[in-house]
Design a binder for this molecule. Structure first.
Ligand code: MCN
Ligand code: MO
Length: 738
């Protein structure tokens, strides 16, 4: 069995040795593109003069909005989102008449090398008339300055998530506590920035694209350009991380494709780091309201307003946030009386995309802050408050107030087990002793229940070659996680075969029949399960071929570890494969589209921090105890906890995309502090498997986002323990602590 073992990643040599091929490494004769970007957050474009830029040696073209025709603008992700609930404009590749955020692309410059392109960008003269900018969400709500005139308001989404009887809950409360909780704006920052190469030749469009969703991109390019999808190929080469942000399709990407079509020559663009910082900003929302609690610390009701910043345009994935955050605010707790008005507003800031956890970190931070606030206000212990409120195992399956069905879980059991295993109580005692000696040490815990897996389906194909090798074509699109290795493990186990005979491929619309992709921690559940089911079908086909070869009925054939046997005779896996091709048997392959469902991983995480006299916070330890169902590869899963927890350190204390009142991003990569190995804590991670019926045959629940979902809440709680102060926002900065 490979499942459950820390098998080394199968295809990592090239990454370790610098031999991987990202979009920017692809050798193809193509023009380079670059963008003229708005220096203002809100302004009218009076005129654009490109004549100077065209004089630069090597410049081929400069296109503005009027030059780049698309059939339709950029839309939203209709797999998960209902356009009817939204006020939005389908965004065109380049700004026309008006710019709405600093960095918005106004013109695309195309040339034979990137250096001339850089020079020419400086020589495009745009005459702007500045307009007042609205940068803060609360101001945008007032609609004094309207960002999209045709919408007549900045409020894009306004829905109320209401369940139970919240009036009653507040009437019966022993205590009502006001709360205000903010997640500030972040930048996902994958190591590889955006990249795209578009080639349009002979009526066929080929796009090499740093994406998580090649098939969605193909459909969207087809819709946007009016080119049949049969004539579009999207290829995902090696991807240097994405963290959810590469589900989005950028106007820059669309501009590059439009230019390639117009010029009849390939065009390429790789974002600079500062462009990447504009392309993918994420989070930023505030919950303001009040909670009703009983004397024993039971959370009886939550009411209030959730305000979600969209930035200047609606991206593919932004609509998820104001819907998922309120639905997951109840989390693992019994609270049923909730009334949350959820609004999303446009502001003159870079558009918000998705970042690891996408909405569940926000929901978790809000509900875990609420639990800690209850503990503080009622002078109860953090654990006690959770114990009082957690849904019990005998209440499973449990339908949350907004209709999400938690099919199973033993939250209380895991909480108790986990805190013991992680030595939470000992650490608490130790921290208290250290504080008496003058050190500011603190220990914090947080619990989470997240939703992952996200159906609706995933694709998997398994093919046996005439040499007996196994090709797995997955709809998953791993881009750093190593999930391809887990898929190979699952297939090798199903076929009882050496994992070295298995090759997993993905991410090319002409190789993979269809796919949803990798996001929402769904690949070990959805994609690996589709591959598992396909492998089972293939094994049945191999048995039938073996029966022919052995000249027996298929019922007589038994199979074990690469050998088929019947009546004392044996044939090998490879012999059967060769036979099936040579004897005109139907091809040994299976394609499966597996319908899927959501999964609900949960766990408890503990952080230990030390704060120095300057308010500098060091996260010393990060400990995790999670139920992620069947663990396919503990090394990979643990890696996810380490990576996610490191990003949680960033979100909790270091990273913030600060935008000033003029709408300027005032941080650069130099002072947008992404944690490195130096800031990373010492890790400890445990996985437990509690029985859980799951839509997915691998039995796996997701782990790819868990530590970033719960980590900020645990770390902030530890800082509170260390300092005795209270923080209801991320990040907590030295100036907040001192
Ligand atoms: N795994 C396992 N057993 C389980 C669950 C998962 O062994 N029960 C392993 C898998 O084999 C895989 C990893 O853990 O190697 C994560 O699997 P899963 O939870 O299914 O998540 P996905 O493969 O779908 O990855 C997506 C997830 C998301 S949504 C974001 S955001 C994120 C993350 O992965 N972005 C990442 N981790 C990232 N890691 C890297 N290096 N780069 C990114 O961009
Ligand atoms: Mo994600």
């Amino acid at each position: 069995m490979y499942t459950g073992k820390p098998i080394k990643r199968l295809y990592d040599d090239k990454f370790v040795n610098g031999k991987s091929t990202y979009v920017d490494d692809i050798q193809i004769s193509a023009y380079y593109a670059g963008f003229v970007r708005s220096p203002y957050a809100h302004a009218l474009i009076k005129s654009i003069d490109v004549s100077d830029a065209l004089k630069v040696k090597g410049i081929v073209a400069v296109f503005t909005a009027k030059d780049l025709e698309v059939k339709e603008g950029i839309g939203i992700w209709t797999t998960y989102e209902d356009p009817k609930l939204w006020k939005f404009v389908k965004r065109k590749p380049l700004a026309d008449k008006k710019v709405r955020y600093v960095g918005e692309p106004v013109a695309i410059v195309i040339g034979t090398d990137k250096y001339s392109v850089r020079d020419a960008i400086e020589r495009v003269n745009v005459d702007y008339e500045r307009l007042p900018a609205v940068v803060k969400m609360e101001e945008a709500l007032e609609d004094k300055v309207i960002i999209h005139e045709e919408l007549k308001t900045n409020v894009a989404f306004d829905q109320t998530y209401s369940a139970g009887n919240v009036e009653n809950a507040f009437k019966n409360a022993d205590k009502v506590i006001p709360v205000e909780i903010t997640n500030n704006r972040l930048i996902p920052s994958p190591m590889e920035p955006r990249g795209i190469i578009a080639r349009y030749e002979g009526g066929f469009l080929t796009v090499w694209y740093s994406t998580q969703v090649p098939h969605t991109a193909r459909s969207e390019f087809s819709r946007i350009f009016g080119i049949p999808s049969s004539k579009i190929r999207v290829i995902m080469p090696d991807i240097g991380g994405a963290f959810g942000s590469k589900v989005n399709i950028l106007p820059e990407d669309v501009s590059v494709i439009a230019s390639a079509i117009k010029l009849g020559r390939p065009v390429r663009w790789t974002a600079t780091r500062s462009e990447e910082m504009l392309a993918s900003e994420a989070r930023h929302n505030t919950f303001k309201g009040e909670i009703a609690v009983s004397r024993e610390g039971r959370l009886l009701g939550i009411r209030g307003d959730l305000l979600v910043d969209l930035g200047a345009y609606l991206t593919y994935t932004a609509p998820l946030q104001p819907a998922i955050i309120p639905s997951m605010i109840p989390g693992p707790y019994k609270v049923r009386d909730i009334h949350i008005r959820s609004r999303a507003v446009y502001t003159n800031t870079p558009p918000i995309t998705m970042y690891r956890g996408a909405s569940r970190p926000e929901a978790t931070f809000i509900i875990e802050r609420i639990m800690s606030i209850i503990a503080d206000e009622l002078k109860l212990d953090d654990v006690k408050v959770r114990e009082v409120n957690l849904i019990r195992a005998d209440e499973m399956p449990y339908t949350n107030p907004f209709g999400l069905k938690y099919y199973s879980g033993d939250y209380l059991g895991l909480l108790r087990e986990g805190l013991n295993a992680l030595k939470y109580y000992q650490l608490k005692g130790w921290a208290e002793e250290e504080r008496k000696k003058g050190r500011k040490i603190g220990v914090g815990m947080a619990f989470y229940l997240e939703i992952s897996g996200f159906g609706p389906w995933e694709f998997g194909e398994v093919r046996i070659s005439e040499t007996g090798d196994i090709l797995v074509i997955t709809g998953g699109t791993p881009h750093g996680q190593g999930t391809e290795t887990a898929i190979a493990q699952v297939v090798a186990d199903t076929l009882q075969i050496d994992i070295n005979k298995v090759k997993v491929v993905w991410g090319d619309t002409e190789i993979v029949a269809s796919s949803m992709g990798t996001y929402g921690s769904r690949t070990a559940s959805a994609a690996a399960s589709a591959a598992l089911v396909a492998a089972k079908e293939v094994l049945e086909k191999m048995k039938r071929a073996a029966a022919k070869l052995l000249k027996v009925d298929v019922e007589e054939v038994s199979y074990s570890n690469g050998e088929f046997s019947a009546g004392g005779r044996k044939v090998s896996w490879d012999e059967v494969a060769a036979f099936s091709y040579a004897s005109n048997e139907p091809g040994i392959y299976a394609q499966v589209t597996l319908p899927g469902d959501v999964t609900f991983p949960y766990g408890v995480h503990v952080a230990v921090v030390e704060v120095d006299d300057y308010g500098i916070i060091k996260v010393m330890d990060y400990k995790a105890y999670d139920d992620i169902g069947v663990v396919i590869n503990p090394a990979l899963a643990e890696g996810q906890i380490h990576g996610g927890a490191t990003q949680a350190v960033g979100q909790a204390i270091l990273e913030e995309a600060i935008i000033n009142d003029d709408g300027q991003l005032v941080v650069t990569y130099a002072d947008y502090f992404i944690p490195t190995a130096v800031e990373a804590p010492k890790f400890e991670s445990h996985f437990v498997e509690k029985p859980h019926p799951s839509a997915y045959p691998t039995g796996a629940k997701g782990v790819g986002e868990a530590a970033l979902i719960v980590g900020p809440a645990a770390i902030v709680r530890a800082i509170e323990d260390a300092t005795g102060k209270r923080f209801n926002k991320t990040p907590v900065r030295p100036e907040d602590v001192i």
